[in-house]
Design a binder for this molecule. Sequence first.
Ligand SMILES: [Zn+2]
Length: 238
Amino acid sequence: MKEEIAQLKILQAIDLEISEMDSRLAAVTSGLDQRRTAIAQYQTESEQFRERLAALEQRQREMETGLEEDLARIRDRQAKMMNIQTNREYQSLLKESEDAKKSSKEREEELLRLAGEIEELSKKIEECDNLRAGEEKLLADDSKEADSKLAELSGAKDKILKKRATKSKNIPASILKKYEMLRERRKGLALVGVVDGVCRGCFMNIPPQLFNDLLKEEKLLICPTCNRIMHHQTADEE
Ligand SMILES: [Zn+2]
């Protein structure tokens, strides 16, 4: 079983390298995805701000029209007051003029408030658009870099997959099957070293008799705690 265990060690090392490559590939893609998400968020935010701005500007136009009407009404009533006949008529025109003055004052205050709000919102839109443009630039830069990184990693992975195919032919089918099953169920780690009687997969001590059997390398032994295939390792090898 010594030879089979040696071959399994090679295979496990290759498999760990492959999974390391897979995480590096995933990291490259997820970095780009994060930028895309940020860009989409800025886009949504900017659209919401713009909708709000359009509503404020609409209200501003309404207020300006209303103000012009108020001012025209004031001018009209004051002109009429020059030619009045009765006191009752005068009082009525005076009241209309005062009402229009009050209304125009309120509209002026509202217009001032709206101008402030519009200015503040316009700043937010500008800021948001700048941040989005920044992320888009970074994404473009990162994409270029990512393309070459992905090509490089994929090339390296292809190579190692071929190596794996060759190496796995050296292992008897039944052992390979057991290894593959364990690898799938034990987070990619099917074969573990045992150093000074401690399993490096679960860090539990294995019984002394089992450890003695392990040293003989006569058969495939399984850790009683984590169920992985064990092989003996010295502290140096580790
Ligand atoms: Zn274990």
